[in-house]
Design a protein around this ligand. Sequence first.
Ligand code: NAD
Length: 244
Amino acid sequence: MTQSANASRPAVLVTGAAAGIGRAIAARFARQGWTVGLYDIDAAAVRTTAAEIGGHTITGAFDVTDPTGWDTALREFTDATGRLDLLVNNAGILYSGAFGDIPLPRHHRLIDVNIKGVLNGCHAALPHLLRTPGSQVVNLASASALYGQPGLATYGATKAAVRSLTEALDLEWRHHGIRVTDLLPLFVATDMMTEVSKGSKSAATLGVHLTPDDIAQAVWHTANQRRAWSGPHVLVGLQTKLTA
Ligand code: NAD
């Protein structure tokens, strides 16, 4: 659904935009006057979210594990906007618990959504990013990419893969003028955090609670290069409490 778009306005596509961090990122860019594509697996929720945040929005529903869904979404979005300044690969899932207690299909689903979802997005978006000068990708990894945590083994492994993919693509696409960054947040107060608290004592006892708006702010600063460039990884949490 297109509410309004205009090729003179910068355009961002956010996955997992119906709730949590994705919703906050979409709202932040909408407030700044960007055209925002809100995409989520939950069609009804993403429409409601777009209506609530207002601004210039485009919505659609697809599963990030589906390459055809990506192609359709990107075609419809760029047909409406004429550009793709920023792709935010935010959609992600988490199952926590003892490794052996989590059924194998859930481990596989984590890999599909959290790794293949990001990979599919980067692959499908590349032609559109190449056509938009100064374009960027921001991937939501996690501080879990940096160290193994009991209860979050496969989740952490998927985020380590996103971190590695980000670093490689940032190097590979730099000569095209495309910047690729990941965010490595500590724990953010969303529905996902509730799941973490259930399954990982070490996660819960870390007790660091960012808000979705903190992450939206970090994406905004990253996209606008207000931070000193320190490489493709942005740790959000302990030392980084950004101000507007
Ligand atoms: P959330 O569960 O609150 O929201 C995730 C959104 O993604 C939901 O709207 C959901 O419908 C959508 N989604 C799930 N699977 C999808 C799929 N296959 N295709 C399309 N959309 C899908 O999660 P959140 O806490 O907002 O997390 C967002 C991102 O940030 C995730 O990648 C997560 O791993 C990462 N992250 C979260 C935290 C945290 O503490 N919450 C910390 C670090 C990183």
